[in-house]
Every structure is written in structure tokens, then in C-alpha cells.
Design a protein around this ligand. Sequence first.
Ligand SMILES: [Fe+2]
Length: 320
Amino acid sequence: MAKVLLTEDEDSLRLMTRTVLELGGHQVFAFSNGQLALDAFEEVAPDIVVSDISMPVLDGFGLLDAVRRMNTGSVVPFLFLTARSEHDDVRFARTLGVDDYLFKPYDADELLEAVRVRLERRRAIELFDSHQAHIQTIIMLANVIEARDSYTRDHVQRVQALAVELGNALFWTPEAMVILEYGSLLHDVGKVAIPETILNKPDKLTEEEFEIIRSHTLVGTKILEGISHLRGAIPYIRSHHERWDGSGYPDGLAGEDIPLEGRLMAIVDFFDALTSERSYHKNLPVGQVLEMIRVNSGKHFDPVMAEVFVSLQEAKIQKS
Ligand SMILES: [Fe+2]
């Protein structure tokens, strides 16, 4: 159900339009001229405006112009109801930012369809905007983690790109791909709790220091548990250091007991870590790292995913 602000000076037409919209499941606030509609705009906070053009006091153009100047009205869909003789007016209305117009006489189905399409498009845009905002926040957080760890510069974003490629190649669902997009960015979020001296130590780590490094999977899990809309990323964070043969951490899971997200992440993380330079080693050639993945397929890595990943990267090398 949407809130429709309806403006039409002809009583019979206003009543008919209102009835159609109400039968279509919408909540209608109807007014007989543009000024009355404008006065009520803030309070109604409509999801869409449906307006006649020729009206006394304030016409449809005046209403559209005023609504577009308001903070709350700049993005509300605006649908004009117009007689065919007003064709030139429609062109003018477009320059003011009208979204669509219906020629009179219109039937019930046409009206409901036009309203539905406008509302759907608006919702899709809103969803996209909030999705973009969400991803930007996560990139910011991931960059904070990167800043502390010299080798990970650009690592998280490269790993994300590789993860998206592999997820697509494995035909993961769109829902799984959305989670992958931020899960892969956040996989090392637990590193915020690890001292920089350990993260960037050029010498061999002591067993105790290794233990601290390993804790990033569980620390990250703890951090994410408190954020309901990011909880989907937990398998990426907790399970990306598990190994197919059960020799990984933190849970020592084996084979298909390891969440798919962790198995995918293990491959792309390994690949990017070895093909890029770290504080304690030089980067290795891509071909050599792919060979290492092949050798470790069924040991460290999920054999199916490893095969798909290696073919993907080899196809890229051949293309370049
Ligand atoms: Fe990690």
C-alpha cells in the first residue's frame, strides 16, 4: 500500500480516480487544487503524487515546481493526468521533472499500472542507494584494517574482486553474492585487535605470536555477532583459514563441514597473499601460485572450487 496525494478539480473525476486507487489498495489523500495539496504535502508525506494539470489557485505545474523545490519532495514520483489537447504542456512538464503522464480518459487498469511502475522504480532506486551506502561503509572499515597491516594494502579489495569472480563462476545465487560482496571485504576484520608489531614483523613469528594472529578469526566473529545486518558475513570471517583436510583453524573443520563461504575465501585469500608482496616475502609468479593451489586441492582447498578458480585465472592469463 502506498500513500497517494491526488489533486483533481473536477469532482466526479476526483471521486472516480480516488475509488480506483483505493480499490487498488492505496491510501488516498485527495484535494481539489494544487495549493491545498501543497499545504498538506509535508503532513501526508506521500509516496507518489497524481495530479491534474489545469486547476484553479495553483495548477499542476505550480504544484510540481513547488514539490520539486522541497527537500522531502525532490524525489517523490509525480504523475500527471492530462487531456490530449494539453500535449504541449506535457513537454513543459518534463522539463520540470514530471515522471509520467496519463491521457484522459484513462481506465482503471492504466492508472493502477502507471502508479505501480513509478512506485516500483522508486523503491528499486532507494534500495540501490542504501546498498551503495552500506558497501561504502564497509570499504571504509576494511581500509582502516588495511592501514595497520602493510602487506594488506589493496589486498581486501583485490580479494573481493577475485571472490566475486569465483562466486559467479560457481553460479551462486544473487542473495549469496550480495553477502559475498561485503563478507569478502570483512574477512580479516578481526585483525583490528592484533598489535601492529606482530602483523608487520619481518622475522619468523613465535608460536605465541602465531596464536595471536590466529585469533583474528574469532575476534572478527565476535565483532560481527553484534551487528545484525552484517551477520551473514560471519562464515567468511570465521572459516577462511579452515582447510579441506581438517588441519586449519579455528574449528578444525574438514571437507563439506567447512561453510562454502570459508572454502571460497581460503582460495582467493591464499592466491592474493602469495601473488602480492608481504613484509616477509616477495610476491610469487601467478603460474607458480596456481600450481600450488592445484597441488593443495583436496588438502587445503575444496577440490571443485580449486579447479574452477585455477581455470578462471588461467583463462585470464591466456587472454592477456
Ligand atoms: Fe585471515
